[in-house]
Design a protein around this ligand. Sequence first.
Ligand code: ZN
Length: 490
Amino acid sequence: MSTFKNFSKPIVAGVMLVITACGCISPAKTTPTEVNWNDLSVYEANLIQGEHATLATMSEATVYHLDVSISPNFGTVNGHQEVRYINRETVELPSVYFRLFSNESGGQEVVSVVSVDGKPASFETTSSSSALKVTLPAALKPGDGITISLDFSLTLPLTTEQNFGLLGYFNGVLALDSFFPIIPVYDENGWHIEATDPDGDKTYNDAAFFQVNVTAPSNTTIVASGVEIARSQQENNQTITFADGPARDFYLVASNQLALKSTTVGETTVNSYYLQGKQNGADRALSTAVDAIRVFNNRFGIYPYTEFDIVPLALSGGGIGMEYPGIVGIGMSVYDNLGLLEETVAHETGHQWFYNLIGNDQVDQPWLDESLTQYVTGLYYLDIHGQDGWNASKSGWNSFWSRTLKAEIPIGMPVSSYPGYTYGSIIYGRGPLFLVALADFLGGPIFDNCLRGYCENFRWQVVDTASFEEWFQSRSGKDLNAIFLKWVLP
Ligand SMILES: [Zn+2]
């Protein structure tokens, strides 16, 4: 169990010695020669016993070592990162891309001093500044690896306008959604550097490993993906090291206003962080997360991590929750509506399976995580609240779909293909109803077996619509062409 204690110290004159001219704290730097990239044992602390064996199967996954410093006013984040990248494709790669999603979210992220294997490398930003192309000195052959290091500086947005409150310091909580350069999936379509749509989630990442030193003011509670593995105290700052992985991202929240209620389910500590006066909500969030983890463990395979965190976020623009590996954010206003809170926590917990364990392109095929997660949230209600809970879920999906007058719009399209409220109606309404129809077509027990096998087979992998259809077709022995044409395929 990790705890996040506060070590407050009075501010003294010496503070200026560690603050640079821009007001940011310079991150400590590690050099590649100090790193044994092949040793993944540090991540065992993040994984339940039954998941430790996964580490040996992921020796070629990308490994990020980050040093991140958060300014005292929560306005900027400075970082240095070293990334070990191995080419797992079947073609040579002349360049490697990183995504800078904060530039799409109202932030200003600038990368400098990029080097490859210790030598300066040329780099440029493309795709509205949200993609960084690093040209390699020589094309990287399949199976070969490199170390890329870079510095970045992020000025956080001051409003929630372009980010739903997911990136920035709002209502006493700093939220750092997609705040550092991260390598997207490469596949037969090349690097996934397409522009994203504000209605949907942005990331499409392979499972990777993140070892992160976070330096922040001492009186701050840091809640993050992964687990705390080390901590040190400087004069006015603390540095906490997190080990996160395998995971598709690293996320963190910082605040000096969070209280904590915790419990355990199996080997997993569940932490419900909350703001003053929200104890009832914190209790409901905690009990829902425990129930949801039990339900999904039973149906889809065990939650992999030793920790699961729930944090309140100042979400806006209709956002009520957001999923990250090992941590979910719940809108602060949702804590006053316990029914909505339960539904939101169950949904975001479901994403630990459908987004993190089984990855998908959230930009081009959002149904594979959102519609699946809607459906399994219904299964949570079935298992915890019985038939009435399941029926209420189905009627909720029907009313979502009714917003488009139950138009037979395919669920398998990119976020950008759904104008306005069509996205919510089809992906969150018609999407789970497709899975109900598929279960009816195959028969409940066969469908349940297929879905469980899908979760086991594609654990830590990425899927697409074709692999979903092929899996269910081959496992059930039934021709699914017609039902996919009716519901899924454009
Ligand atoms: Zn969702």
